[in-house]
Design a protein around this ligand. Structure first.
Ligand code: ATP
Ligand code: MG
Length: 199
């Protein structure tokens, strides 16, 4: 198949929420993507300050949340690669898996995009994929200095949902219904996730 357009949505997904899903759906529509692959991180190098939920739980939640969308899928490449997850490795592996005829679109929140220039191999990354930064309430992108032509910024319907807020709400005994898909509320309850004290 030629000219396939593939979105990559990387994230910790601890837990996945409707902000992630709306952003992926909106970018898929705007950029005519054939598929969006959600790629949960293994050990996220930049989240060392807190205990991240087991990769298998985050992976399963991502599968549950995306299962009903025929254009969404989930990849284990970052979970199965030993060591910390670096986006450059994700992009290299995706490129190798999908070949030169597939155009890659890396979907990210604009908060994460602004940090990317500080990442290892930041310049190389833009050679592997077109980057799409989604604006997100509270994270205005101020002169990010990103390379011309390799980055687009899009506005997604304002969703001020974050995984941090979901975790905090669960810990405080507040509901997360409708911030995340129903199956995720049920999975979190079944596994007793996020109930403990913050790490
Ligand atoms: P945390 O609060 O733990 O940082 P998060 O909600 O930012 O979690 P991540 O798994 O860190 O979720 O995010 C994965 C990607 O999704 C990042 O690129 C992030 O910027 C983006 N993202 C997260 N929430 C939203 C949202 N509400 N709208 C658009 N993009 C989002
Ligand atoms: Mg985040």
């Amino acid at each position: 198949m030629t000219g396939r357009r593939l979105g990559i949505m990387g994230g910790t997904f601890d837990p996945i929420h409707h902000g992630h899903l709306v952003a992926a759906s909106e970018v898929a529509h705007l950029f005519s993507l054939d598929e969006v692959v959600f790629v949960p991180t293994g050990q996220a190098w930049h989240k060392g300050e807190r205990e991240v939920t087991a990769a298998e739980d985050r992976y399963l939640m991502t599968v549950i949340a995306t299962a009903s969308n025929p254009r969404f899928s989930v990849s284990r490449i970052d979970i199965d690669r030993p060591g910390p997850t670096y986006t450059i490795d994700t992009l290299r592996e995706m490129r190798a898996l999908h070949g030169p005829d597939t155009e890659l679109f890396f979907i990210t929140g604009s908060d994460a995009l602004a940090k990317m220039l500080t990442w290892r191999n930041a310049e190389d990354m833009f050679g592997y994929a077109h980057f799409v930064g989604c604006t997100r309430p509270g994270h205005r992108l101020a002169d990010p200095g990103l390379p011309d032509g390799r980055v687009s910024l899009v506005e997604v319907p304002a969703l001020s949902i974050s995984s941090t807020e979901c975790r905090d709400r669960i810990r405080a005994g507040e509901p997360i219904w409708y911030l995340v898909p129903d199956g995720i509320v049920q999975y979190i309850n079944k596994r007793g996730l996020y109930r403990g004290a913050p790490a």
